[in-house]
Write a new protein. Structure first.
Ligand SMILES: C[S@@+](CC[C@H](N)C(=O)[O-])C[C@H]1O[C@@H](n2cnc3c(N)ncnc32)[C@H](O)[C@@H]1O
Length: 294
């Protein structure tokens, strides 16, 4: 016997509760919306409609994947960031809302410190699905943006997202290890950047398995693992970025909430920089460190 949309959602919710999924109802609704091609309002207007047996089978498969702790965003292959839509799959980190603080800081710096600089040269290291680079390309039409990642599969998704968001021609994508493609032993291979941004992997290796299964089982380890103390990437980026920035350029890094003091120390230790500031996200946690080159 065929089920109504509302009945299928209820059944799925009960199943996901047995799997300890944090917000089962929400996920069941989002997966139903994705299956039927509805937004939330359309879903609520169609709760009494009957699903075909094929639709119910497809829905059951989606719910089974969620029951296996696969993140909903990977199942529907979509994630919103900076009010833009991004394609995501398990080769990229799912963008987090707190990363938007990084975008906000770049926009402030552009006005306060780099007004009149054209083109503003920006590098995004570890671009993942391209969310930071693409949001910046949308916001700063005159910027020259380079987005890099060590993962070729991530870069493919980033390029697709740039195309879907209409900024493909405005971003250059480069595969490589951190700053190596751009400067080597103090020799710049390309003109220096005004701003370098990065949300590098920053989870201490041993803590990854303590995170929720959605993260530890599904998100790419190369996007998470920051080495023994989580700071490996900060040490490497901070040591090199001075060579790749213009005079008075900025390095902006997303950080873990308890990492600010140690990263500040790393930056102050390097002679290349003159000022370090830390900014909080909307829940009051330290989230972005801003390092000003001399
Ligand atoms: C935390 S994710 C950030 C993804 C995206 N920028 C965001 O904010 O959601 C870190 C990214 O750094 C990339 N990465 C890891 N090691 C790298 C390396 N040595 N050089 C360049 N990118 C690297 C990973 O592939 C991953 O895409």
């Amino acid at each position: 016997m065929n089920l109504k949309v509302s009945e299928a959602i209820k059944k799925a919710e009960n199943f996901l509760k047995t799997k300890s999924i944090p917000k089962p109802r929400l996920d069941c609704e989002v997966l139903m919306e994705s299956l039927l091609g509805f937004n939330q309002a359309e879903l609520y207007a169609n709760l009494e409609r009957y699903l075909s047996s094929l639709q119910f089978e497809s829905y059951s498969r989606l719910i089974e994947r969620r029951g296996n702790r696969e993140p909903t965003q990977y199942i529907i292959q979509s994630r919103e960031f900076w009010s833009l839509d991004f394609r995501v799959d398990k080769s990229v980190l799912i963008p987090r809302p707190e990363t938007e603080i990084l975008i906000e800081r770049v926009l402030v710096l552009r006005l306060e410190k780099h007004a009149g600089v054209s083109p503003l040269r920006i590098l995004d290291i570890g671009t993942g699905c391209g969310n930071i680079a693409i949001a910046l390309a949308k916001e700063i039409p005159a910027a020259k943006i380079i987005a890099s990642d060590i993962s070729l599969s991530a870069l493919k998704i980033a390029m697709l997202n740039a195309k879907l968001n209409g900024v493909k021609k405005r971003i250059e994508f480069v595969q490589g290890n951190l700053l190596e493609p751009f400067c080597n032993d103090r020799n710049l291979k390309i003109p220096p950047f005004n701003i370098i941004v990065s949300n590098p992997p920053y989870i201490p290796s041993e803590q990854i398995n303590e995170l929720s299964p959605e993260v530890s089982k599904w998100e790419p380890r190369t996007a998470l693992d920051g080495g023994i103390d989580g700071l490996d990437f900060y040490r490497k980026i901070i040591a090199k970025a001075g060579d790749c920035l213009v005079k008075e350029g900025f390095l902006l890094l997303e950080i873990g909430e308890d990492q600010a003091e140690k990263i500040k120390e790393i930056a102050i230790f390097h002679n290349a920089y003159k000022e370090v500031k830390v900014y909080q996200d909307y829940s009051g946690k330290n989230r972005v460190i801003e390092i000003w080159k001399k």
